[in-house]
Ligand binder design. Structure first.
Ligand SMILES: Cc1cc2nc3c(=O)[nH]c(=O)nc-3n(C[C@H](O)[C@H](O)[C@H](O)COP(=O)(O)OP(=O)(O)OC[C@H]3O[C@@H](n4cnc5c(N)ncnc54)[C@H](O)[C@@H]3O)c2cc1C
Length: 388
């Protein structure tokens, strides 16, 4: 390996920009290329929530690494991180037990998190109906950011570190050279030592150019703004009704003083979408259905009415964990960073650090357990085969 390898990152969404930034910080020369503009894919269509309120210890660890990095960017780069808090709802006593363990893991690592019983939920969300709920877990320091702002700030940092970001430059083809690759792009060739495939829902097409098979299902999700007649006298935290696949998947949060955003994290029967040609609008009947679900959980919101809606893609893998690492051990210079599903904003900082480790150290070192995210033949299977 050369002392300062030249790495091309394909895709300027959150996974690509976090990877590029981590690599540039560690001394690599990076060229990011995007077929469109920075954050124009799934990243710019997301709800931007970042938090640690999960139940699986590995998933919590990943997010704690991410949140630490986001806090650094908040302090050093001025990234806006709206700390509205994150409340995940539980419907069973078993889920409450998992929450208690999660809060303990987080507290041990210096993160604030607390379990609330059903009759305490109104302390957090006065409009909350606790029907069918056992309680919830709440992290007051979690929140949301603007992924477009994050990608733009990281692009500026990458450039300050001597690297490059090319927008409207599409990867068209690949040839192998003695030590690396010659990438044909819509604005001329680039020679490099390493490639990071961070092309989101398009990552399988990019993998194909390298003769690789990558299984990612582009799954369409809709989001909707709800306008209120008057500001709520409290901040609506991110509220998520889903624990390990159980629950409706409804989630909502404050966006502005008189606006909430709602989304459904779970799709009943996911269909693969063409990332170049899918309906980017929220369908009228989905808007009504989403609003009805929201008003069942938080009834009597003052003058709630439908606002703008949109749709975007979750790049989903079979086990709902991202693919981070080489697909083919005999081709260790092509690193995949894709398939983060509905959690690609909050996972992108730790994915970026892991990608940098794969390129510069040959394996994850910051978090050695992240090796299990490599797209091995056991994991890299069609998402349709995924367990529920
Ligand atoms: C409605 C909705 C709400 C969401 N809410 C959240 C949330 O609250 N929190 C969270 O963590 N996650 C959320 N997500 C998920 C998150 O948005 C995604 O997981 C994440 O954005 C994926 O980022 P990415 O960098 O992998 O892909 P993308 O952002 O799609 O970036 C891929 C880039 O690759 C480029 N590209 C493709 N092909 C080529 C090529 N041949 N050459 C060059 N460039 C190419 C594309 O132009 C694109 O810009 C949400 C998603 C949706 C749809």
């Amino acid at each position: 390996m050369t002392a300062s390898p030249h790495v091309v990152v394909i895709g300027a969404g959150t996974l690509g920009m976090c990877s590029a930034h981590a690599l540039a910080e560690q001394g690599a020369r990076v060229s990011v290329i995007d077929a469109q503009s920075v954050a124009s894919g799934s990243s710019g269509r997301s709800v931007g929530v970042v938090g640690t309120q999960l139940t699986d210890p590995f998933e919590i660890q990943l997010r704690m690494h991410s949140v630490r990095r986001v806090r650094q960017w908040e302090e050093r780069l001025g990234l806006g991180f709206n700390h509205i808090g994150y409340l995940r709802l539980a419907r069973t006593a078993e889920q409450m037990e998992l929450f208690a363990r999660s809060a303990e893991i987080q507290r041990e690592a210096g993160f604030r998190s607390r379990v609330y019983q059903a009759n305490e939920l109104q302390q957090l969300v006065p409009h909350m109906s606790s029907d069918e709920l056992e309680g919830g877990i709440f992290g007051p320091d979690d929140g949301f950011l603007d992924p477009h702002e994050m990608c733009t700030l990281l692009a500026q940092e990458v450039k300050k570190l001597g690297s490059e970001v090319f927008q409207f430059r599409k990867l068209l083809g690949v040839a192998r050279t003695a030590g690396g690759y010659r990438l044909e792009t819509s604005k001329g060739p680039i020679e490099c030592d390493f490639v990071v495939n961070a092309a989101g829902a398009w990552a399988p097409r990019v993998a194909e150019m390298f003769g690789q098979t990558l299984h990612i299902l582009p799954e369409r999700h809709e989001a909707l703004a709800i306008h209120l007649d008057e500001p709520l006298p409290y901040t609506m935290p991110m509220v998520m009704d889903l624990v390990n696949g159980q629950g409706t998947g409804l989630n909502f949060r404050h966006e502005k003083a008189r606006e909430l955003i709602a989304e459904i994290h779970k799709v009943a029967s996911p269909q693969p979408e063409d990332p170049d040609n899918y309906n980017e609008q929220c369908e009228e009947e989905s808007k009504v259905w989403l609003a009805e679900m929201l008003l069942k959980r938080v009834p009597d919101l003052p003058g709630a009415r439908l606002g703008r809606g949109w749709a975007g893609l979750y790049p989903v893998t079979a086990d709902h964990r991202p693919h981070v690492g080489p697909i083919d051990p005999s081709e260790p210079r092509v690193i995949t960073a894709a398939g983060a599903g509905g959690y690609g904003i909050q996972l992108s900082p730790v994915i970026g650090l892991t990608v940098s480790d794969w390129v510069l150290q040959g394996a994850p070192t910051l978090m050695p357990e992240a090796r299990q995210l490599a797209p091995t033949p056991e994991r890299n299977i069609p998402a349709a085969h995924a367990a529920a």
